[in-house]
Design a protein around this ligand. Structure first.
Ligand SMILES: [Zn+2]
Length: 95
């Protein structure tokens, strides 16, 4: 019995809501959709190292999911998340 070496079991990814396979690796997670986006003004971006317009983005699971909505600041220049925070810092969001 020969087995196809290019087909590997994705045991980790079976837990995810969705998986995409591309060039030999898989991207998995909960499918999220954007529910809110508002400007938070110009801030320094630690990712692209320049002042850029930031937006507060809220995403929520598309459909039933274990996960709740989450929000983050996104740099409109380089699309990095939370790059207006010092590296290693985290932000706590409140409703
Ligand atoms: Zn940036």
């Amino acid at each position: 019995m020969a087995t196809d070496p290019t087909v590997e079991p994705f045991s980790e990814t079976e837990m995810a809501d969705w998986c995409e396979q591309s060039e030999g690796f898989a991207i998995c997670g909960t499918r999220m959709k954007e529910v809110r986006r508002e400007s938070v003004g110009i801030k320094w971006c630690f990712a692209c190292r320049k002042r850029a317009a930031f937006e507060f983005v809220v995403i929520a699971p598309d459909g039933l999911s274990y996960y709740g909505p989450e929000g983050y600041h996104e740099c409109t220049n380089c699309k990095a998340r939370e790059s207006d925070l010092f590296p290693g810092w985290t932000r706590e969001y409140e409703d």
